[in-house]
Design a protein around this ligand. Structure first.
Ligand code: ARG
Length: 464
């Protein structure tokens, strides 16, 4: 990056100025440090624009050909790392255009006919985000597939289900994983819904009011794969709703990943010991030799904060802007870009990590045994024998208190011991007091029975 050029007036807009921009102001107002990542989409947009200008007769065929091959050369230079980005050229758009003109001469100066950086940057952002959405959608799907495979493998594994983080009722681990899967399904839907509103073309709005040239916006939209051209020029150059929506999607996705992370962190602790994460997703401690820390889930949980921050940044950026374009909008880029990078990193690490997760079935089972997790099943049993639910609740409460005093699970009490609490209890009670009996009994749509988990996995495979 250079700003060592002579301090002269900016060539793109310096005509009406009588002194050069202050050096600090130049660097302060520049965006090329971060918007150069738009180069590929900027050039694609320019090629489509030039192609349209030739179609409507604003450029000659020779001019268009020269512009298109010049732009391709610029792209080649950037990709080869051979491009000298200049801060005095402010942003990616003017850097590319200046290089084009250096390469092909005055014809390069005709590219900007009938457009403005205002509609150009809005177009670039949408093209760029559209591609990143497709990458993120693929990573999300890879994570979902990993969850389905794991849920299938762990359909019969029993663990305690929690409410208030207190043992509640036994559930299958596969069922728990399918709850995560459902959250991600909503994220995937939200992302596709957001993509619809990203995929609208602002180009042609020019600075704010449209242009006097006979442009064919439908044609440019078609060339760039947009669903349609935008309908109002003022809205086109000022709208950043699409970026906000994407960050809102990102915040919810991160909320989900953060919740998963919290569980993984708890479950890998010695106190839970429900799962093992492979060493490659963990790190050690420089002082405590025994440590294996679940860094990846912890970091993902922590990164939720920055994505939430980006959403608030963008909302605040837009809240007081009068129509149409304002320089404020240059501040849309860093939050959006960092949101994209963060989501990609978090999804990638999760998609890699989830299939490698090992369940400690014995620990899960023991934990489910320890917490009187089949107490509700005993109450339901009593209800089936004619006891009103509230009375059944009372009976089982007393049985649990007795179990705690004797240091025994309900299934470890003898029939005689159980019968002290109600004489309707018979030998068949032990069918419902086992963990398997408990989960198998919840055999309906959305229930935790292994058979239902397998059904849910099969149905989900055709969903994604
Ligand atoms: N770098 C600017 C941005 O990101 C490009 C648009 C500049 N337009 C203008 N009228 N100064 O928003």
């Amino acid at each position: 990056m250079s700003n060592s050029q002579e301090r002269t007036q900016n060539q793109s807009w310096g005509g009406r100025f009588t002194e050069a921009t202050d050096a600090f102001v130049e660097a302060f107002t520049a965006s090329v440090q971060f918007d150069q990542r738009l180069y590929h989409h900027d050039i694609a947009g320019s090629i489509a624009h030039a192609t349209m200008l030739e179609k409507v007769g604003v450029l000659t065929t020779a001019e268009r050909d020269s512009i298109v091959s010049g732009l391709e050369q610029v792209r080649g230079e950037i990709e080869a790392g051979d491009f000298n980005w200049s801060i005095s050229l402010e942003d990616v758009h003017m850097n590319v255009e200046a290089r084009l003109t250096a390469l092909i001469g005055d014809t390069g100066k005709k590219l900007h006919t009938g457009r403005s950086r205002n509609d150009q940057v809005a177009t670039d952002m949408r093209l760029y985000l559209r591609d990143e959405i497709d990458v993120i959608a693929d990573e999300l799907k890879r994570l979902q597939t990993g969850l389905l495979d794991l849920a299938d493998r762990e359909a019969d594994t029993i663990m305690p289900g929690f409410t208030h983080l207190q043992t509640a009722q036994p559930v299958t681990f596969g069922h728990h994983l399918m709850a995560w899967f459902e959250m991600l399904c909503r994220d995937a839907e939200r992302l596709q819904d957001c993509r619809k509103r990203v995929n609208i073309m602002p180009l042609g709005a020019a600075a704010l009011a449209g242009t006097t040239y006979p442009i064919d916006r439908d044609y440019t939209a078609e060339l760039l794969g947009f669903e349609r051209a935008s309908r109002n020029s003022l809205d086109s150059v000022s709208d950043r709703d699409f970026a906000i929506e994407f960050c809102a999607f990102g915040s919810l996705l991160m909320t989900h990943l953060s919740r998963f992370s919290e569980e993984l962190v708890l479950w890998t602790s010695a106190q839970f010991n429900f799962i093992d994460l492979p060493d490659r997703f963990c790190t050690g401690s420089s002082i405590m030799p025994q440590k294996k820390n679940p860094d990846v889930p912890e970091l993902v949980r922590g990164k939720t904060g920055r994505v939430n921050g980006h959403l608030i940044s963008l909302l605040t950026l837009m809240k007081s802007q009068p129509l149409a374009y304002n320089k404020d909008n240059q501040e849309d880029k860093e939050p959006l870009f960092d949101c994209i990078d963060t989501l990609k990193g978090c999804l990638r690490s999760y998609a890699d990590m989830i299939p490698a997760l090992q369940a400690n079935k014995e620990s899960m089972r023991e934990a489910a045994m320890r917490g009187y997790s089949t107490a509700t099943d005993l109450a339901d049993y009593a209800v089936r024998k004619g006891i009103p639910f509230r009375d059944a609740h009372e009976i089982v409460g007393k049985a649990v208190a007795f179990g705690i005093q004797e240091n025994k699970d309900l299934s470890e009490l003898t029939l005689q011991e159980l019968q002290q609490f109600s004489d309707i209890i018979e030998q068949d009670v032990f069918d419902v007091l086992t963990l398997e009996g408990s989960v198998n009994a919840r055999d309906h749509l959305g229930g935790t029975a292994p058979a239902q988990v397998r059904k849910a996995v099969t149905a989900a495979r055709s969903l994604i």
